[in-house]
Design a protein around this ligand. Sequence first.
Ligand SMILES: [Zn+2]
Length: 222
Amino acid sequence: MRFTFFLTLSAFLLNPLLAQTVIRSIETDEAVVALTFDDGPHATQTPRLLEFFAAEDIRVTFFEIGRNVAAHPELARAILEAGHEIGNHSKTHPMLGNIEDIAVVRAELVETQAIIEEATGFTPVIFRAPYLSHGPALWTVLDELQLPSIGASHSGRDWEAAVTKEDIIEASVKAGAGDIILLHTWPGKTADALPEIVSQLRAKGLRFVTVSELLALAKPSE
Ligand SMILES: [Zn+2]
Protein backbone atom coordinates (compact mmCIF):
# COMPACT_ATOMS: atom_id res chain seq x y z
CA MET A 1 0.00 0.00 0.00
CA ARG A 2 2.67 2.37 1.14
CA PHE A 3 4.99 1.23 -1.67
CA THR A 4 2.30 1.65 -4.34
CA PHE A 5 1.63 5.15 -3.11
CA PHE A 6 5.33 5.99 -3.24
CA LEU A 7 5.57 4.88 -6.87
CA THR A 8 2.53 6.93 -7.84
CA LEU A 9 3.83 9.97 -6.04
CA SER A 10 7.22 9.58 -7.71
CA ALA A 11 5.52 9.45 -11.08
CA PHE A 12 3.87 12.78 -10.28
CA LEU A 13 7.09 14.38 -9.14
CA LEU A 14 9.34 13.06 -11.87
CA ASN A 15 7.05 14.41 -14.57
CA PRO A 16 8.37 17.93 -15.35
CA LEU A 17 4.92 19.03 -16.51
CA LEU A 18 3.49 18.19 -13.11
CA ALA A 19 6.41 19.26 -10.94
CA GLN A 20 5.13 22.80 -10.43
CA THR A 21 1.44 21.96 -10.57
CA VAL A 22 -1.06 22.27 -7.75
CA ILE A 23 -2.99 18.98 -7.60
CA ARG A 24 -6.70 19.87 -7.43
CA SER A 25 -8.20 16.51 -8.39
CA ILE A 26 -7.14 13.26 -10.04
CA GLU A 27 -8.41 11.14 -12.90
CA THR A 28 -9.60 7.81 -11.51
CA ASP A 29 -11.94 4.93 -12.24
CA GLU A 30 -12.67 4.61 -8.51
CA ALA A 31 -15.65 6.34 -6.86
CA VAL A 32 -13.48 8.11 -4.29
CA VAL A 33 -13.42 11.64 -2.88
CA ALA A 34 -11.11 13.32 -0.32
CA LEU A 35 -12.36 15.61 2.45
CA THR A 36 -9.62 17.96 3.71
CA PHE A 37 -9.56 20.21 6.77
CA ASP A 38 -7.03 23.03 7.15
CA ASP A 39 -5.52 25.07 10.00
CA GLY A 40 -5.71 22.68 12.98
CA PRO A 41 -5.20 21.16 15.36
CA HIS A 42 -7.92 23.10 17.21
CA ALA A 43 -8.59 22.46 20.91
CA THR A 44 -12.34 21.85 20.58
CA GLN A 45 -13.11 21.43 16.87
CA THR A 46 -10.51 18.73 16.14
CA PRO A 47 -11.97 16.40 18.80
CA ARG A 48 -15.47 17.14 17.49
CA LEU A 49 -14.47 16.21 13.93
CA LEU A 50 -12.63 13.08 15.09
CA GLU A 51 -15.71 11.92 16.99
CA PHE A 52 -17.91 12.41 13.92
CA PHE A 53 -15.52 10.62 11.54
CA ALA A 54 -15.11 7.71 13.97
CA ALA A 55 -18.89 7.32 14.16
CA GLU A 56 -19.14 7.42 10.35
CA ASP A 57 -16.03 5.23 9.79
CA ILE A 58 -14.50 7.84 7.45
CA ARG A 59 -10.84 8.75 6.94
CA VAL A 60 -9.93 12.33 5.95
CA THR A 61 -6.88 14.59 5.67
CA PHE A 62 -5.88 17.39 8.03
CA PHE A 63 -3.45 20.04 6.72
CA GLU A 64 -2.01 21.21 10.02
CA ILE A 65 -0.15 24.39 11.00
CA GLY A 66 3.19 23.67 12.69
CA ARG A 67 2.72 26.06 15.60
CA ASN A 68 -0.74 24.55 16.28
CA VAL A 69 0.73 21.04 16.33
CA ALA A 70 3.37 22.28 18.79
CA ALA A 71 0.53 23.58 21.01
CA HIS A 72 -1.58 20.39 20.69
CA PRO A 73 0.72 17.44 19.92
CA GLU A 74 -1.78 15.06 21.55
CA LEU A 75 -4.40 16.04 18.97
CA ALA A 76 -1.98 15.37 16.11
CA ARG A 77 -1.38 11.92 17.58
CA ALA A 78 -5.13 11.33 17.93
CA ILE A 79 -5.64 12.22 14.26
CA LEU A 80 -3.11 9.63 13.09
CA GLU A 81 -4.20 6.98 15.59
CA ALA A 82 -7.72 7.27 14.12
CA GLY A 83 -6.32 6.48 10.66
CA HIS A 84 -6.47 9.97 9.16
CA GLU A 85 -3.65 11.69 7.27
CA ILE A 86 -1.74 14.83 8.30
CA GLY A 87 -0.28 17.17 5.67
CA ASN A 88 2.05 20.15 6.12
CA HIS A 89 0.30 23.57 6.04
CA SER A 90 3.38 25.69 7.02
CA LYS A 91 4.47 26.72 10.50
CA THR A 92 2.89 30.20 10.84
CA HIS A 93 0.46 30.37 7.86
CA PRO A 94 2.07 33.22 5.87
CA MET A 95 1.30 34.18 2.25
CA LEU A 96 4.22 32.08 0.98
CA GLY A 97 3.82 33.18 -2.65
CA ASN A 98 4.92 36.68 -1.64
CA ILE A 99 8.12 35.54 0.14
CA GLU A 100 11.23 35.63 -2.06
CA ASP A 101 13.74 34.49 0.58
CA ILE A 102 14.07 30.73 0.10
CA ALA A 103 15.50 30.29 3.62
CA VAL A 104 12.36 31.80 5.14
CA VAL A 105 10.09 29.56 3.08
CA ARG A 106 12.28 26.51 3.78
CA ALA A 107 12.07 27.15 7.54
CA GLU A 108 8.25 27.29 7.36
CA LEU A 109 8.09 23.84 5.77
CA VAL A 110 11.09 22.06 7.32
CA GLU A 111 10.28 23.16 10.88
CA THR A 112 6.70 21.97 10.44
CA GLN A 113 7.88 18.57 9.22
CA ALA A 114 10.08 18.38 12.34
CA ILE A 115 7.28 19.47 14.72
CA ILE A 116 4.90 16.85 13.29
CA GLU A 117 7.62 14.18 13.39
CA GLU A 118 8.40 15.04 17.01
CA ALA A 119 4.71 14.95 17.99
CA THR A 120 3.72 11.80 16.13
CA GLY A 121 6.68 9.96 14.61
CA PHE A 122 5.05 10.51 11.20
CA THR A 123 6.58 12.61 8.41
CA PRO A 124 4.00 14.28 6.14
CA VAL A 125 4.23 13.49 2.42
CA ILE A 126 1.86 16.21 1.16
CA PHE A 127 1.65 20.01 1.51
CA ARG A 128 -1.07 22.61 1.14
CA ALA A 129 -0.09 26.28 0.74
CA PRO A 130 -1.80 28.78 3.07
CA TYR A 131 -4.27 30.81 0.94
CA LEU A 132 -3.17 28.42 -1.90
CA SER A 133 -0.46 31.06 -2.51
CA HIS A 134 2.55 29.83 -4.53
CA GLY A 135 5.72 31.51 -5.79
CA PRO A 136 9.18 30.57 -7.11
CA ALA A 137 10.76 30.18 -3.64
CA LEU A 138 7.98 27.86 -2.51
CA TRP A 139 8.28 25.70 -5.63
CA THR A 140 12.03 25.40 -5.03
CA VAL A 141 11.49 24.22 -1.46
CA LEU A 142 8.67 21.82 -2.44
CA ASP A 143 11.06 20.31 -4.99
CA GLU A 144 13.82 20.01 -2.35
CA LEU A 145 11.46 18.25 0.05
CA GLN A 146 9.72 16.24 -2.71
CA LEU A 147 6.32 17.36 -1.42
CA PRO A 148 3.40 17.64 -3.87
CA SER A 149 1.24 20.75 -3.40
CA ILE A 150 -2.40 19.84 -2.86
CA GLY A 151 -5.14 22.29 -3.85
CA ALA A 152 -8.81 21.47 -4.20
CA SER A 153 -11.46 21.12 -6.90
CA HIS A 154 -14.25 22.17 -4.51
CA SER A 155 -14.17 24.66 -1.64
CA GLY A 156 -16.79 25.24 1.03
CA ARG A 157 -15.47 28.83 1.40
CA ASP A 158 -16.15 28.24 5.08
CA TRP A 159 -13.63 30.90 6.20
CA GLU A 160 -16.01 33.62 4.97
CA ALA A 161 -18.31 35.05 7.64
CA ALA A 162 -21.24 35.40 5.21
CA VAL A 163 -21.08 31.76 4.10
CA THR A 164 -23.75 29.62 5.77
CA LYS A 165 -23.91 25.94 6.63
CA GLU A 166 -26.26 25.51 3.65
CA ASP A 167 -23.73 27.22 1.33
CA ILE A 168 -20.98 24.86 2.55
CA ILE A 169 -23.18 21.83 1.90
CA GLU A 170 -24.20 23.06 -1.57
CA ALA A 171 -20.59 23.68 -2.67
CA SER A 172 -19.21 20.44 -1.21
CA VAL A 173 -21.77 17.97 -2.56
CA LYS A 174 -21.03 19.02 -6.16
CA ALA A 175 -17.82 16.97 -5.87
CA GLY A 176 -17.45 13.72 -7.80
CA ALA A 177 -14.93 10.92 -8.28
CA GLY A 178 -11.31 12.03 -7.91
CA ASP A 179 -12.17 15.38 -6.35
CA ILE A 180 -10.61 17.10 -3.33
CA ILE A 181 -12.88 19.18 -1.06
CA LEU A 182 -11.33 22.05 0.93
CA LEU A 183 -12.82 22.84 4.34
CA HIS A 184 -11.44 24.18 7.62
CA THR A 185 -11.14 22.62 11.07
CA TRP A 186 -12.13 25.68 13.09
CA PRO A 187 -15.60 26.84 11.86
CA GLY A 188 -18.46 25.31 13.85
CA LYS A 189 -20.71 25.67 10.81
CA THR A 190 -18.43 23.28 8.90
CA ALA A 191 -18.85 20.58 11.52
CA ASP A 192 -22.61 21.32 11.46
CA ALA A 193 -22.61 20.82 7.66
CA LEU A 194 -20.71 17.53 7.65
CA PRO A 195 -23.54 15.04 8.32
CA GLU A 196 -25.43 16.32 5.26
CA ILE A 197 -22.26 16.50 3.11
CA VAL A 198 -21.35 12.90 3.97
CA SER A 199 -24.88 11.69 3.44
CA GLN A 200 -25.24 13.33 0.01
CA LEU A 201 -21.80 12.25 -1.25
CA ARG A 202 -22.52 8.67 -0.12
CA ALA A 203 -25.85 8.83 -1.96
CA LYS A 204 -23.80 9.55 -5.12
CA GLY A 205 -21.94 6.28 -4.54
CA LEU A 206 -18.73 7.94 -3.39
CA ARG A 207 -16.46 6.68 -0.62
CA PHE A 208 -14.03 8.76 1.40
CA VAL A 209 -10.24 8.37 1.22
CA THR A 210 -7.23 10.35 2.42
CA VAL A 211 -5.31 12.50 -0.08
CA SER A 212 -2.44 9.99 -0.27
CA GLU A 213 -4.93 7.20 -0.92
CA LEU A 214 -6.54 9.36 -3.61
CA LEU A 215 -3.19 10.03 -5.33
CA ALA A 216 -2.45 6.29 -5.31
CA LEU A 217 -5.72 5.67 -7.19
CA ALA A 218 -4.86 8.05 -10.06
CA LYS A 219 -4.94 6.57 -13.53
CA PRO A 220 -1.56 6.60 -15.31
CA SER A 221 -1.30 9.77 -17.39
CA GLU A 222 -0.22 7.91 -20.57
ZN1 LIG B 1 -4.97 27.61 6.03
